[in-house]
Design a protein around this ligand. Sequence first.
Ligand code: GLN
Length: 222
Amino acid sequence: QVTIGILALQGAFAEHQAAVHRLSLTIRPVAILVRTPEELAICDGLIIPGGESTTIALLARLSGLLDPLKEFVKIKPVWGTCAGAILLAQSVIGAKKGGQELLQAISISIARNGWGSQVESFEVPLSVEGMKDSETPFIGVFIRAPVVLELSSSPEDTPIQVLARLPAELLPPALSGLDDSDPKTIVALRQGRHLLTTFHPELTPDDRFHEYFVRHCVLSTI
Ligand code: GLN
């Protein structure tokens, strides 16, 4: 059995739990809601949902989870969606005054709400590298999503694998004119054991990202 934790301090955690429980895999994953260090300790992998990254970080500190989370990301797989993606980044632009706690698991910098204030949310069909049934696009649901600004170029860091980009012709007005290789077009990536999506797969009935992450957690427990 594999135990997938869903950080359940704030945001779209219930939708992630439902998506993991919908998967039909030979090893049936159990998705537990994580609100304490004891709950985190029994997880083989963790999903950090979308919501408000500053609120999630603050609640993590108040519930004594911040340091255990920082230790967890050093050894186990974590997938951050939207606000969760911000928490996994090395650095963030647009943090509230007083700064923002980050888990610094993935060596990128990211901008909060980076698509511009006119573009609160949008949906885009994405083609995702290495995904099952890859000819069927994955519908990316973006809600006040962050934008990847820069990938680390340090040779000491685990290489970053880009899994999906927004096609240049579908970029929102705030980012129009970028070329396809600009880091800002990246919306899904993987670095070593960690996964990051700036959109919300848990808000669609398509469970391929959840399956991808759970398989990856199963492999890392063997
Ligand atoms: N804008 C939010 C933040 O900065 C993220 C939005 C989301 O998770 N849908 O934390």
